[in-house]
Design a protein around this ligand. Structure first.
Ligand code: UVW
Length: 320
């Protein structure tokens, strides 16, 4: 492959952008589309009262799916029965005993929301703020906290690209576009409506749990949406607030034509303010949707309120 262009060269000098749309102090971006009417539209799509939780377990015996360079949770017991029996545990009036534990985690090392300031180029983050705001021990601009305080609720629609292509999971590096999403939606008998929270299943997390880690990470390249200006305009015009996928990084890892890494993080997160939810378990939800042919539901999620953090674990809840 020829030299990899810069992000600016790939996206152009005048990319689709939502900076300033909700004011210069806005830190939640396209989640602003989820006004009360959108929440009620989500509520209106509830039929049976079935509940699905979409987080992948942290500390799974198989290992946790993480972007290369990160690690899954390291958790250890602080209080257990052995400690009390050895006489080294705390002694409480009446003799009650309790377990306690602590963990070291990458905040983006499991099912997660990205802060809007998590990824950038040209030294500038969401809404045009300087990347210097990431210095000094935390993110003083567009951290995960404003998203955590706001919460996410609205009509979700699931597009099952793996099922659409007749596969258990998409191949490494396999791509699809917004028109593929529309085609899959039509085949599913559903419509991606304006302001829908867009969930896309590739089956790649199923592949993760079914595969030795060496094989999964070999030549690491995930399947996913692939950058084009038309795709970014489609997200902007449809006012999609949130992209939710069962992959680690929500898009094909490297743009196939140029080799540029994660151009949709730049286009959607930085430029449009679309929230990204990653490593989200969609298989059980997809099976239920396929069983009765209903692919829309109430989607809710709230990352943890962690001051100045770049992202946070999340356990989204879907009710259908
Ligand atoms: C990176 O930051 C590389 O990816 P993600 O957005 O998946 O956490």
């Amino acid at each position: 492959m020829a030299d990899v262009p810069s992000m600016r060269e790939l996206l152009g000098d005048n990319p689709p952008q939502n900076w300033g749309k909700w004011g210069s102090d806005d830190e939640v971006g396209s989640l602003n589309y989820l006004d009360p009417a959108q929440v009620l539209r989500g509520v209106a799509s509830v039929r049976d009262g079935q509940v699905f939780t979409l987080q992948c377990p942290m500390g799974h015996p198989h290992g946790d799916p993480v972007f290369p360079g990160r690690e899954g949770i390291k958790r250890e017991m602080v209080w257990d029965q052995e400690l009390f029996e050895s006489g080294n545990g705390p002694s409480f009036p009446g003799g009650i005993r309790a377990t306690d534990d602590k963990a070291e985690i990458f905040l983006q090392g499991s099912s997660q929301y990205d802060a809007l300031g998590h990824a950038w180029y040209d030294d500038t983050l969401w809404n045009g703020r300087s990347a210097d705001t990431t210095n000094g021990g935390g993110m003083s601009w567009a951290s995960i906290l404003p998203i955590a305080e706001r919460g996410v609720a609205g009509r979700g629609v699931l597009i099952d690209m793996a099922r659409h292509r007749g596969k258990d999971w998409l191949d490494k590096g396999e791509t699809f576009t917004h028109t593929d999403l529309e085609d899959a939606a039509a085949k599913q008998g559903t419509t991606i409506e304006d302001r829908d929270i867009l969930l896309v299943r590739t089956g790649f997390l199923k592949y993760f749990y079914a595969t030795p880690a060496e094989e999964f990470y070999e030549g690491f390249i995930e399947p996913g949406l692939t950058y084009s200006r038309e795709l970014v305009e489609w997200f902007q015009n449809k006012e999609i607030p949130n992209l939710v996928t069962d992959t680690i990084a929500n898009e094909v890892t490297a743009n196939p034509e140029t080799g540029v890494l994660l151009p949709l993080h730049a286009s959607l997160l930085r430029n449009l303010g679309v929230s990204l939810a990653e490593i989200i378990w969609l298989d059980d939800l997809a099976d239920a949707c396929a069983a009765d042919g209903r692919w829309d539901f109430l989607y809710t999620a709230a990352p943890l309120k962690i001051h100045e953090a770049t992202g946070s674990p999340v356990n989204p809840v879907v009710i259908r």
